[in-house]
Design a protein around this ligand. Sequence first.
Ligand code: PLP
Length: 397
Amino acid sequence: MGINKRMLGLGSKRSIIREIFEYSKVRGAEIGPERVFDFSLGNPSVPAPAELNATVRELLDSESSVALHGYTSAQGDAGVRGVIAESIKARFGVDMPRDLIYMTCGAAASLSISLSAIVEDGSDEVVVLAPFFTEYRVFVENAGAKLVISTPCEGTLQPDIADLEAKIGKNTVAIIVNSPNNPSGVVYTREKLDALCELLRKKSKEYGRAIYLIADEPYRELVYSGVEVPYLMNLYDDTVVCYSYSKSLSLPGERIGYIAVCPRASDASELYLAICGAGRSLGYVCAPSLFQRVIAKCQGLSVDVNVYRENRDILYNALTEYGFECVKPDGAFYLFVKSPSGDAYELYERAKRHELLIVPCDDFGVTGYVRIAYCVDKERVVNSLPAFKALGEEYRG
Ligand code: PLP
């Protein structure tokens, strides 16, 4: 058969999140959509800022469509990259040249390109911190490396530095750090990140080459209670930031983001050229032109995170009151809940009988947890509480 078997496998493998989403539509048709509480998808519920939509209209009305819809440079429009470089400098104090920025179709593309630019051969390993976004396995393996999972600290789900030390070896070429985290909502503390970066420096020295830190940051701006999200380039030179506007500006369907290579990284210019090469080989050239221009005019804008904060507070307070053990999320829009029986699928099935659709997370690198994506209308959150209460009572017998 003239078909790539690995790709066939990837295309055929069921995704639990998609499956739940499809079930939600069928069930909604049966009993009414308002009676199904779907918390499966990480699709932002807060609209993009009104100023952003106004910018799209203005651009469409004022610029020539040939320029607006035409190709930009493969790595993105130089003016747009200049604006982003300035914004990084202003916000984080990093002297970022625009020639180390590569415009992409969102964080998924940023990660795939960065991994392909770094991974050299089949013995290379990329470490991920559990719990982790399940697509990392696809991206890492597609780049030709082996995925190595570091388990987190029990209870807090912060990185466990001792475990990480054991997982980094002579074949480690990169580590992916995602904070605020999907699926836990945890924001890694400065203390943990300092220790992690110190360890990377020690290991890089030991092996005589850089271990790159890939910072996956689509949720950077979605934080509550003024919690700090340290900028990793300021903690570790060999950092590549994979950014996306999918969540911070609620633009997941527009596919726009960027890669920024730290100017102090070892071989920064060569790494950037390898990123250009990886983008070219994967077909990720010239990110959507219109939205490159839009985001250049919308730096500094963000969605109203209070909407997510309110949902978080309602759900976290209620679920802990009903007897569930939850990790209090400081960011993103996910609540990570421990299954009282220790079995994530059992909790998922029981919840489903109460019309609560939540995601069992064993594939995210830790067992026994479910993820509640609370990027939904407040009404759905409030209306779901009696079902969560009944579920809690069921467990308490
Ligand atoms: N990384 C994480 C942690 C995510 O949660 C997501 C999407 O949910 C992505 C990357 C991919 O984001 P994008 O839509 O920008 O490709």
